[in-house]
Design a protein around this ligand. Structure first.
Ligand code: IPE
Ligand code: IPE
Ligand code: MG
Length: 237
């Protein structure tokens, strides 16, 4: 697709893109194409996640959100869930250094309750340590958009607040971030799978067939180029 490719070494224009979100889909199918178990796809996918989030920072995007594990993904075979949780545990052990070096604030979207006490502590520590950093990385893990809305409404009620768009927004896991301008889903499926249901109201959606472990910075550039060509109206004219 030469008409979509950006100039080599030219950074895309991200001036209209404050927040990009990724549904990182296709790890299992990618592994299958290599004759490997699904877990291998998650291992490679985790590396790609690091590269892509770093790239988004380099090109000047303030907020990046990734969908790492949904409230529905617990339905998967134990072996696969365990492998993903092991990768996540390893990631958060090292993440603090990376976040401080890159000036990134990390926030986990979703209830931490299902994780081990040690992992919960690590998650809280990184959130606290990085809270004054300039850019934001939201990691949606044990996240579901419906669950988030129920949680937000209950929090608002418990705080004695009226239920309004403002109070709901203020109790969402994403309360520190603007809504996503662009949601990218890899892996060929055209659905949100319970991701950012409230926040996606006016997001631009971009779907590509590339399986997440094959996703590259050039693919990010292509998505941004397409985004920059869209006219957003927010209901106006
Ligand atoms: C996305 O890849 C990662 C998670 C949902 C944890 P999948 O594991 O869904 O990969 P496919 O869609 O089955 O190929
Ligand atoms: C969405 O992918 C969740 C993540 C990428 C973490 P799924 O693979 O779980 O979505 P469905 O089941 O195809 O809708
Ligand atoms: Mg999938």
């Amino acid at each position: 697709m030469p008409e979509f490719s950006s100039q080599p070494n030219t950074k895309p224009d991200t001036s209209a893109l404050k927040h990009i979100a990724f549904i990182m889909d296709g790890n299992g199918r990618w592994a299958k194409t290599k004759g490997m178990p699904r877990e291998y796809g998650h291992t490679v996918g985790a590396r790609v996640f690091s590269d892509i989030t770093e790239y988004c920072g380099d090109i000047g995007i303030d907020t990046v959100t990734v969908y790492a594990f949904s409230t529905e993904n617990w339905k998967r075979p134990k072996r696969e869930v365990d492998a993903i949780m092991k990768l996540f545990g390893d990631y958060i052990k090292k993440a603090a250094d990376t976040m401080m070096k890159r000036n990134i604030r990390i926030i986990f979207l979703g209830s931490k309750a299902p994780f081990s006490e040690k992992v919960q502590r690590d998650m809280e520590e990184i959130e606290e340590k990085s809270k004054n950093n300039a850019r934001t990385l939201n990691i949606a893990i044990n996240y579901g958009g419906r669950n988030e809305l129920v949680h937000a409404v209950n929090e608002a009620i418990a705080a004695g607040e009226p239920v309004t768009e403002e109070t709901i927004g203020a109790h969402l896991y994403t309360k520190n971030s603007p809504p996503p301008d662009l949601i990218v889903r890899t892996g060929g499926k055209m659905r949100l799978s319970n991701f950012l249901l409230w926040q996606a109201a006016y997001a631009e959606l971009y779907f590509c067939d590339t399986l997440w472990p094959d996703f590259s910075s050039a693919d990010v550039d292509r998505a941004i180029l397409e985004f920059n060509g869209r006219k957003r109206r927010f209901g106006g004219v």
